[in-house]
Design a protein. Sequence first.
Length: 414
Amino acid sequence: MENSERAVVAGILQAAEDGAPVEAVEAVTATIAAALNALSVSLLIADLSGRALVRLTHQPADDGPGRRQDEEAAEVLPFDGGPYEQALRQQTARVIPGHGRWTVVAPVTERGEAIGLLEIDLPGEPDDAAVARIARTAHALAFVVIANRRHTDLFEWGQRTTPFSLSAEIQRRLLPASFTCEAGAFTLSGWLEPAASVGGDTFDYSLARDVLHLSVTDAMGHGVASALTATLGVGSLRNTRRRGGSLVAQAEEANRAIAQHANVRGAYVTAVLGRVDLPTGRCELLNAGHIPPMLVRGGRVLPVDLPANFPLGMFPEEGFRSGELSLLPGDRLVLVTDGMRDRNAADVDLPATLLRLAHLHPREAVRALSDAVLAAAGPVLDDDATMLVIDWYDGHGPRNTTAGADPARVSPDE
């Protein structure tokens, strides 16, 4: 990185810190525009639907496009297979010629999580060095967004194409802050396609130094009661995990917590809990009354056979047993909830679909799985459909990245 580029990055960070959280992106894009002699600069963030980008702007009230909240505007740009969608999927900057200007769109990405795109209009055609510089600037912008969205609802509001119900609001707080994570030995991505009345699904993960923790849970029922039961389950699982408890200890503590504190008599949560030893690929899994995990290996989809356990909260004094699986390079481990198989969703041939999507990065695979379920059982689902996909590569340690993503792991161009 040249001194001039270091100065730009320093200016980006200073502008973000000096402005209020809601003004951080505007301050940063103004700094970028000045440094690159750009005609205009915009941040397009990924919509929570996973099927559009959203351009956020601050402007006096007028009749412009998109949703409005006070003087904040959100313009939704649905994916159409064009260069914007391809830049996000391929994690590669794209140059688009126009009338009297050239547009560069570059992924705003951190550890494989596609936050959105940086859109820059230039007066002339950029060379390869300029495009690479814009890509690195977009990567820096990812950290600005991550830092500032902790302090304001602006980004969350912009990403919501439709309003959330109370149960959906509770449920969203139970999900990890990032739905995708790339590391040296693995890549994972999760997705939750909610039902009309939220069905209590969650997924979770946490990366320690040498261990990947993961879970998928499904609380009984729908609506606020289900979301509150899910809160008990996820809160207990995280608490025991953060105290260093084993999978069995996590299940036993959550089992007692749900049985003791749930506000609905007979409430329970089905779950699959997992721990992957990153240096070896040894994967410990515990199934508490849930759909068995699936392993995509060598062109086949195999159910993972695990000891049977009751759901969490059903019998407070019940013990739990876990099983083991040795992951091999090229394996894909898939965890889903029963919303993937309920009623019309059962029309989706899940094993065949998993094989058809095996070439996709987990980030795109979970969205394609969700699209398949919506096509079969939508447009409104009877139950939440949740999935967590983990690709295992082996080789625990640093990864090779360009602007926040590993170029060797992106989905192929279609």
